[in-house]
Design a protein around this ligand. Structure first.
Ligand SMILES: *[C@@H]1O[C@H](CO)[C@@H](O)[C@H](O)[C@H]1NC(C)=O
Ligand SMILES: *[C@@H]1O[C@H](CO)[C@@H](O)[C@H](O)[C@H]1NC(C)=O
Ligand SMILES: *[C@@H]1O[C@H](CO)[C@@H](O)[C@H](O)[C@H]1NC(C)=O
Ligand SMILES: *[C@@H]1O[C@H](CO)[C@@H](O)[C@H](O)[C@H]1NC(C)=O
Ligand SMILES: *[C@@H]1O[C@H](CO)[C@@H](O)[C@H](O)[C@H]1NC(C)=O
Length: 480
């Protein structure tokens, strides 16, 4: 789950504002700033899309792409931001220490440069006015500097998506003005330093996708402004620390998935009235889910999948808010899809795999309101036919029904062009496979009672295996 970043918006507003100022002043940039920027450009070894083409000696550096000045001629913000998905746009090389010449720099924003290597840039320590640093998604590596706490005027520090390793320096406790700290997507190990508790102004703490371990320390009592806490995809173990309770009511995103956390889901979560996203998936949480969660009426995303939670699951009060719900692979025996779920008007992603559901799909009344995007009801005992459901749900992208008791004639199935994934494996489906499946990205029809000649598709043998009498490529030739 990507957390919204109001910080980005903030930067662009500032940059835009500064650009406007710049238009009204005719001065050219300071020679130190020009030479610092040209030195930066000189160690960029590849710039295939010409991001730095406007950076030319003798022209006003305040007019160069990504450069913003104030006070007439001093560079205050350097912003190079590349689209994440365009593989042909990147910069290779290192970050020149000459950027220290830009003595008025307040913000350094390097996002998705992708192929910049080298250590944590030490020029940052020589900039007396620095307030925000974005070094996201590149190939910076080595340890975070032990004296990182010396950057104590920073409001924002994000180095997500690099290859920084080693432990989180304890001096981080000196970054007391930080609002936003993101060290996600690196190779950091060790425990969370207790001194993080000093960062009382934090509104967004993201350490996800690292190799951090130990228990989550009891550091949250003073963090009354925290809205986003993301510690997913690490090796944290033990119970949730009690001070998480003091994050109520401000906390909006609690994302702790893919760790080794255990214990029960605390009932104080019901006081998190601003909660938008609760992701505790892939841990060892056990016991029942507190009934009091019914008080969280505005929650949009709940993911409790892959834990050891037991019946009964409470009736939630989220009719007009919930967008995605995943309770798969716990120890639930729900019998039916609960009414509060089927009637939730905006629910678009529903995953209740292995939840002990025994209903017939024909009993499921689809909503008149919004349509589903993805459904996963694998490994239940659902009977009946999905024919009507798939005809009505014309925005469905993913339909996972593996390991149920669906019994219907596949020739009657039609689905919308939006469908990408169809998994009906290990059911009681009969009839023939029609050519309409050829356009899907993912298909699995194995372990059913299908028969007849297969249409031409790109799919391997395994997705048709274990049927009664299918034949033709990629299976064996049809006889006669
Ligand atoms: C990334 O940079 C290295 C040199 O630092 C270069 O050898 C490599 O080709 C670059 N990768 C891409 C995808 O351009
Ligand atoms: C924090 O800063 C103070 C003052 O600069 C310094 O004495 C102290 O050692 C720093 N703390 C850490 C943990 O580095
Ligand atoms: C998770 O915890 C269990 C014991 O509860 C332990 O055996 C296992 O190694 C831990 N896994 C990780 C990835 O830390
Ligand atoms: C819930 O979390 C699991 C594992 O962390 C993930 O695979 C799954 O896609 C998530 N479900 C939803 C609906 O996002
Ligand atoms: C198809 O489904 C079968 C049975 O559920 C499973 O064993 C197999 O791994 C699946 N194959 C693919 C390609 O997803």
């Amino acid at each position: 789950m990507n957390s919204p970043s109001f910080h980005h918006l903030f930067i662009f507003t500032v940059v835009f504002f500064l650009r406007c100022l710049n238009l009204t002043t005719a001065a050219t940039c300071h020679p130190n700033d020009e030479s610092g920027l040209l030195a930066f450009k000189s160690v960029i070894t590849e710039d295939p899309s010409g991001i730095l083409n406007t950076w030319k000696k003798g022209t006003d550096c305040c007019s160069w792409d990504g450069v913003s000045c104030s006070n007439g001629n001093r560079v205050v913000v350097l912003t190079i931001r590349i689209e994440p998905h365009d593989a042909d746009i990147f910069l290779s090389g290192t970050i020149s220490p000459s950027l220290a010449k830009l003595q008025h720099l307040e913000g350094v924003v390097f996002i998705n440069l992708k192929n910049i290597t080298g250590p944590f840039p030490s020029f940052l320590f020589r900039l007396p006015h620095l307030k925000y640093v974005y070094l996201e998604n590149s190939r910076l590596s080595g340890p975070l500097p032990a004296n990182i706490g010396a950057l104590n005027r920073l409001d924002t520090l994000t180095v997500k998506g690099n290859r920084f390793s080693g432990s989180i320096p304890s001096s981080i406790s000196n970054l007391t003005r930080l609002n936003y700290l993101n060290l996600g997507g690196n190779l950091l190990s060790g425990t969370i330093p207790l001194g993080i508790t000093n960062l009382k102004l934090l509104s967004n703490l993201n350490l996800d996708d690292n190799r951090l371990s130990g228990t989550i320390p009891d550091i949250f009592k003073s963090m009354t402004k925290l809205r986003i806490l993301t510690l997913s995809h690490n090796g944290f173990s033990g119970k949730l620390p009690p001070s998480i309770a003091s994050l109520a009511p401000a906390l909006a995103f609690l994302e702790l998935s893919q760790n080794n956390l255990s214990g029960s889901i605390p009932s104080y979560l019901s006081r998190f009235t601003s909660l938008d996203t609760l992701d505790l998936s892939k841990n060892h949480f056990s016991g029942t889910v507190p009934k009091s969660l019914a008080k969280l009426t505005k929650i949009a995303n709940i993911n409790l999948s892959h834990n050891l939670l037991t019946d009964p699951f409470p009736v939630l009060n989220v009719k007009n808010y919930i967008l995605s719900l995943d309770l798969s692979y716990n120890n639930f025996h729900m019998e039916k899809i609960p009414e509060w779920v089927t009637s939730a008007s905006l629910l678009s992603s529903l995953k209740l795999a292995k939840c002990g559901i025994k209903m017939s799909l024909d009993e499921w009344k689809t909503r008149q309101t919004d349509l589903y995007d993805s459904i996963d009801l694998s490994d239940n005992e659902i009977s009946g036919s999905p024919v009507r459901f798939l005809k009505e749900e014309v925005q469905l992208r993913e339909f996972q029904m593996s390991g149920n008791k669906l019994r219907f004639d596949l020739r009657k199935l039609s689905f919308s062009k939006t469908l990408e994934t169809l998994d009906l494996s290990t059911n009681l489906v009969f009839g023939k496979v029609s050519a309409s499946v050829a356009g899907l990205k993912t298909l699995n029809l194995s372990q059913n009672h299908l028969c007849g000649k297969l249409p031409a598709t790109k799919f391997p043998e395994s997705v048709f295996a274990g049927n009664d009498c299918l034949c033709g490529s990629p299976l064996s030739h049809c006889k006669g």
